[in-house]
Ligand binder design. Structure first.
Ligand code: SF4
Length: 308
């Protein structure tokens, strides 16, 4: 196990459950899955993509095959970025074991809802059979040596999958099995800001990101560029971001406010969290630069959706 017993215990107290024999995979019930079960709203992805893709927050499985591994140390990350390693070490669990483990762990985590009078019983029954894989819980999924097989296993089970990558592994993207929706995170429009925001632990992070963006048009699945915007750091230079949009030609852009939560509160302040209006203003500037259209928004999640 590459993370210490103390870190593992801390993560379990925070609601993570490690799955598989070698414990590099993990699942955590999403805040929005809980809210949806209690009829208190669903996540912006269900709002933005639910009609087309059928994904629903209460049937979402938020997991990762590679919790201890990431080659970025993003300053805005809500996770503990001190527990991750840049390169894979140790044995590798099979995708089916990770998915089986994640589904059964999530069922146990949700079992407490059975006695809650406010829970939607129909949704709780449906939640026992997750239909959507959010491969974005923590760590960088493209470091997992069997990421192709994992994406294939999701679709073999009839599950939709959103794969979020930091773009550090273009050599993996070149042969990647296509998820339902591929996300590449772009959090800077210039090298200096990139290094300040992402603090890459691998050489040539900027070059790798650019190569990954150049590969994005070759995917036939839905392609999304996710901008996580931190006030006073990377919420600037719409023309610079527009160059990346042109290169990657995504179907959608999610311009999202950084959220002052989790471990990021030790690195940033509340003032670094843009207001929804500021994200909208930036998105309008980006729309002018790229020709993309603002098509949806979620004020509670401070995110704007632009469509190409
Ligand atoms: S898609 Fe993301 S935000 Fe929505 S329920 Fe799943 S993990 Fe949560």
């Amino acid at each position: 196990m590459v993370i210490s017993a103390r870190e593992l215990a801390e993560l379990e107290r925070a609601g993570y459950r490690f799955v598989g024999k070698h414990k590099h995979g993990a699942v955590k019930v999403c805040h929005w899955t809980r809210k949806s079960l209690l009829q208190r709203g669903s996540c912006y992805k269900e709002q933005f993509y639910g009609r087309e893709l059928g994904m629903q927050s209460h049937r979402c499985l938020q997991f990762t095959p590679s919790l201890p591994f990431c080659d970025h140390r993003c300053i805005y990350c809500w996770r503990n970025i001190n527990v991750t390693h840049s390169n894979w070490v140790g044995e590798v669990d099979e995708p089916a074991d990770i998915l089986d483990g994640a589904i059964s762990a999530q069922r146990k985590l949700l079992s407490g809802f059975g006695g809650n009078p406010n829970v939607n019983k129909k949704k709780l029954k449906e939640a026992q059979e997750p239909k959507h894989c959010a491969i974005s819980l923590a760590g960088e999924p493209t470091i997992y040596p069997k990421i192709n097989e994992l994406v294939e296993e999701c679709s073999r089970r009839g599950m939709t999958s959103f794969l979020v990558t930091n773009g550090m592994h273009p050599e993996v993207l070149e042969h990647l099995a296509e998820p339902t929706q591929l996300y590449i995170s772009v959090v800077a429009s210039d090298l200096e800001t990139y290094e300040a925001v992402c603090q890459p632990t691998v050489p040539d992070g900027w070059g790798r990101l650019n190569r990954s963006l150049e590969l994005m048009p070759s995917f036939t699945c839905r392609r999304v560029i996710r901008l996580t915007l931190v006030k006073g750091l990377n919420l600037k230079d719409a023309p610079g971001y527009a160059k990346f949009i042109e290169k990657a030609a995504p179907d959608f852009i999610e311009a999202k406010s950084y959220m002052w939560v989790g471990y990021s509160r030790k690195r940033l302040t509340l003032e670094n969290m843009p207001l929804h209006g500021e994200v909208r203003e930036f998105s309008e500037a980006l729309a002018r630069e790229t020709g993309y259209k603002l098509v949806d928004e979620s004020k509670v999640s401070r995110v704007i959706l632009l469509k190409g």
